[in-house]
Ligand binder design. Structure first.
Ligand code: NAP
Length: 323
């Protein structure tokens, strides 16, 4: 039982933040506060301080971030590093200044080195060179983890500060971006197979060989994991982490080939044409899988299997997108 702590969810209109709000509400939490980007620009230090001083939240889920694909990261690297550093530093410092004891920071798997051993363990952090295309974003996210750890180390004993970090794998589900050009694998394929079905297209071509393996987690599962990690008793969390290696991977624990994902999506959408693989296009990394045993040892496992999640994701797509 979570009780009625006053909880600020930063980024509540995003895919992750909205799922965290849904989960908290489903668990009976009625005291959630939110601000849109237009109401509160989290890069504005003074505005963030004023908001925390007025609202005095007891817990914070930090799911606001400047997020984008390869193209956006490559084109606007200054925006990605500056805005994310500012959002994190402002929120974490204002939380501390205003007595927030519990905060959960959201990062992602891009914090790990480009050639990290698979599956990627938490201790792969800072063990090698990052993927250059999103290095500025990743550096900001790593700084977010280190901000949480540093506040814990300096103010944990004296002020009861307990700031935690989670790194989710690839997510899909409600709130996803179904843009035809710059969306992730699952939403992109949902759209393409749906359009092919509607238009009676005989085949759908997919970039690459279809052999690279990827891991996916349904977004509401991720949100449940976030709430679980936030509410773990401190001795339990401390037992499975260390002061300077405290982040927790959030993964489903298994990966599958893009070709298999494509087949499952085609089936879910009801597309019966051919699936072709355009091997002239690049494949990307052969495998990207989070090692989630730390999360599992903390008592949480993914519950929504991919087939079930895809069915829900497609229903969400149909409810949102006008074709
Ligand atoms: N989606 C995934 O597959 C995935 C996977 C792993 C980790 N994550 C992590 O989860 C976090 C959230 O991702 P998401 O997918 O939910 O992103 P999203 O859908 O783009 O949502 C981000 C939210 O942050 C808000 N925001 C951005 N800049 C802001 C600012 N300066 N002031 C106030 N609000 C601001 C956005 O508001 P506006 O839209 O109004 O700007 C939006 O509501 C990120 O840290 C990301 O790395 C996501």
């Amino acid at each position: 039982m979570i009780g009625q702590a006053k909880i600020y969810v930063a980024g509540h209109r995003g895919m992750v933040g909205s799922a965290i709000c849904r989960t908290l509400q489903a668990q009976g939490q009625g005291n959630i506060i939110t601000r849109t980007h237009a109401e509160l620009d989290l890069t504005n230090q003074a505005a963030v301080q004023t908001f925390f001083a007025q609202e005095k939240p007891e817990q914070v889920y930090l799911a606001a971030a400047k997020v984008g694909g390869i193209h956006a990261n490559n084109t606007y690297p200054a925006d990605f590093i500056y805005q994310n550093l500012m959002i994190q530093a402002n929120v974490i410092e204002a939380a501390f200044q205003n007595g927030v004891k519990k905060l959960l920071f959201l990062g992602s798997s891009c914090i790990y080195p480009r050639l990290a051993e698979q599956p990627m363990r938490e201790d792969a952090l800072l063990s090698g060179t990052l993927e250059p295309t999103n290095e500025p974003y990743a550096i900001a996210k790593i700084a977010g983890i280190k901000l949480c750890e540093s506040y814990n180390r300096q103010y944990g004993q004296s002020h009861g500060v307990d700031y935690r970090s989670v790194m989710p794998t690839n997510l899909y589900g409600p709130g996803d971006n179904y843009h035809p050009e710059n969306s992730h694998v699952i939403p992109a394929l949902i759209r393409r197979f749906h359009e092919a079905k509607v238009n009676g297209a005989p085949s759908v071509a997919i970039w690459g060989s279809g052999t690279p393996k990827r891991e996916f987690l349904y977004v509401d599962d991720m949100a449940a994991a976030c709430v679980h990690v936030m509410n773990l008793p401190k001795p339990t969390y401390d037992q499975h982490t260390s002061p300077m290696l405290s982040h927790i991977n959030l993964g489903s624990g298994s990966d599958l080939a893009i070709a298999e994902v494509a087949q499952k999506i085609a089936q879910t959408v009801g597309y019966t044409g051919q699936i072709e693989f355009d091997t002239s296009k690049p494949d990307g990394a052969p495998r990207k899988l989070m090692e989630s045993s730390r999360l599992n040892a903390l008592g949480w496992q993914a519950k929504v299997d991919l087939q079930h999640g895809l069915t829900k994701a497609y229903a969400n797509f149909l409810s949102q997108v006008e074709i």
